[in-house]
Design a protein around this ligand. Structure first.
Ligand code: NAI
Ligand code: 13P
Length: 307
């Protein structure tokens, strides 16, 4: 395929892993970080694709910085951030689309623990957009024998799958940290998926999307791997550490901590039942212990599985 010029914003674990994938395919990649060498303007020059792998806390600020530089009208935006904006509850793709209404925006999300991808272990991901041509171009740019990229027409569903599973990964870490067993973990992850779907539908996502790679796939990867920072938050809190102590030693960002707060607000506003999110929130706030969170979930009113 034709070689593409790609600006990657955010030189953390995920930005670097994605940069390496595109570079290995022969594309020209320029990596920008707020503390790095090249200016934003230089990195953006002639970019055909602008990929953001910035933590949620920086997305709005960086999107507004990018607005001050000239871009080709055909530049495709790709967002790989898994979070929700605390002030607006917007998703990262909604922030980029609002800032650049005439550009295609593509969401890239899937079961993608960056440490495994850096080792060229096989993995798959999803690129989702309402602009199919843009999604197909991004698919070509990143596809390789060790990274299989699927397209999907439901960007909000793909994005929310990646974002909401972080809360469930914290809960799964607690479950493993308390040694609650395989049955408990299966119950938690399955009810977690039900909760994700309930929330996702309120955002307009397709239910089917959550059974795919960016939903169930990412949920399984993150809830079962000590490589996940979100899982580590739960696991270490179950071993008696406070959130502050865990975050002090955590390598990189655990988006689930902030997502939990933002999501709970959204759920309360829209009267959506989110029992797991609620207990994770109370645990992170230091209001309850991991054991109390478990009891709260187990002693809820009995009910039909689906309603
Ligand atoms: N590491 C992973 O395995 C994966 C991470 N993600 C998502 O990608 C995003 C980034 O994750 P990581 O690279 O792991 O995190 P990281 O903590 O390693 O890197 C975050 C990057 O964002 C930048 N950043 C943070 N605040 C900023 C601000 N205010 N202005 C400008 N830049 C700012 C940091 O300088 C850094 O380059 C997160 O939303 C994460 O959920 C998605 C898939 C896999
Ligand atoms: O999103 C991820 C895997 O798909 C990375 O998970 P963590 O952010 O919990 O490390």
């Amino acid at each position: 395929m034709q070689k593409t010029t790609i600006a990657i914003l955010g030189a953390g674990a995920w930005g670097v892993a994605l940069a390496n994938l595109a570079t290995a395919n022969g594309h020209q990649v320029r990596l920008w970080s707020r503390r790095g060498g090249q200016t934003l303007q230089t990195v953006l020059q002639n970019a055909q694709i602008l990929l953001s792998a910035i933590s949620m806390q920086g997305v709005r600020e960086v999107a507004s910085q990018v607005q001050s530089f000239p871009l080709s009208p055909t530049t495709i935006f790709v967002t790989a951030t898994k979070g929700l904006d605390p002030q607006t509850t917007l998703t990262p793709s909604q922030i980029w689309q609002t800032a650049f209404p005439h550009h295609p925006v593509v969401v890239l999300s899937g079961p993608n623990l960056s440490k495994e991808i850096e080792q060229s272990l096989p993995a798959a991901t999803v690129v989702a957009s309402q602009n199919q041509a843009a999604a197909e171009l991004v698919q070509m740019v990143f596809s390789s024998p060790c990274f299989r990229v699927y397209t999907n027409p439901d960007p909000i569903g793909v994005e929310l799958g990646g974002t909401l599973k972080n809360i469930m990964a914290i809960a799964a870490g607690v479950c493993d940290g308390l040694h609650l067993g395989t049955n408990a973990k299966a119950a938690l992850v399955t009810r977690g998926l039900t909760e994700i779907i309930r929330i996702g539908r309120s955002w307009g996502a397709n239910t089917e999307t959550f059974y795919g790679l960016s939903g169930l796939g990412d949920l399984l990867a993150t809830c079962n791997s000590p490589l996940s920072r979100n899982y580590q938050v739960g696991y270490q809190m179950a071993s008696g550490k406070t959130l502050t102590e865990v975050l002090a030693d955590l390598p990189g960002t655990a988006e689930g901590v902030n997502t939990c707060r933002v999501l709970l607000r959204h759920a309360q506003h829209h009267s959506i039942t989110v029992p797991i999110t609620e207990q994770v929130y109370r645990l992170l706030q230091g209001e309850i212990t991991p054991r109390q969170a478990l009891e709260e979930l187990m002693l809820r009113d009995i009910k039909p599985e689906y309603n």
